[in-house]
Design a protein. Sequence first.
Length: 330
Amino acid sequence: MLSQISQLPKIELHSHLEGTLKPELVNVIAKRNGIHVDQNLFDSQGEYAWTDFASFLSAYDAASSCLKNGNDYRDITYEYFKSCASENVIYAETFISPDHAADCGITYDDMISGCVQGIDDAERDFGIIGRIIVTCVRHLGPQQGVNVAKQMVDNPHPYIVGFGMGGDENAFTLEDYAPAFNIAAEAGYPCTVHAGELCGPESVWDAINFLPIRRIGHGVNSILDAKLLDELVKRKIHLEICPGSNLSLSIFADWDSHPLPSFISKGISVSLNSDDPPFFHTSVGLEYINSAKHMNISLEKLKNISLMAMDASFADADTKSRLMNKIIEF
Ligand code: ADE
Ligand code: ZN
């Protein structure tokens, strides 16, 4: 069964490109850029050192501060898609954060050109299809969200397929972000937002009531509200589930308490994702394997998760049906 899971064509819808940077790559890129990396960022094993959500976000910011130019974005994009392809991920959407790039002195255009080059190189070398979701950062405020949405809409590229938001769920309200999301949605960009990860089901209600979103990042705390689960089914809202991230951040104490099996039996559309792989010691492949091992998700259900993910992806219709057929043929 494990070898079949490893062969299964997989889809990733929820990863943060800056959060895919492995510690070794941080050191390599920092060195070539002449940037000093505070080694307190790493523990004695060379892994990222953080203890809670706030220190995770700080470590994430510190790791991405090694970036200096578009070529660095090319390299992290290439390395991420390469490792996805090694686990039979055939399609992946990754969140990129223009705010993190700007903090490093990298322009929006340079960031996008770097990512596009990394996607093209990875497709040429490994056959994986990559796409980009531009994200704003919730704790930087609603006006900055509007700025990022406008920048995206004013600079289209066929690989930029959607708009989203990560960051601290406790900052501002989701309604405050309606102007940013409306700019993206009105220009034809489908949207996703982190909600119901740190905060309760009310945050998922806010997301579906105030924002033009098709998907929710995490949304796991929806499990606490039966009415909300019905609403997610009714509105066909997809949940981007990241079990390894949830356990690392202690959102759930153990595999037994993770709601993925309940979401599946309720008929909610879900995908399995890595979020920030090296921070949470995970990968898409591991998420599939751990879901089978620890939550008894069968191969048939995992195949259906790949299908639901591809169907919920923001890819164009041709790519979607071509890749869905690849999964069906498995
Ligand atoms: N940014 C990167 N990872 C995140 C997560 N798990 N939640 C919110 N924002 C993030
Ligand atoms: Zn996330």
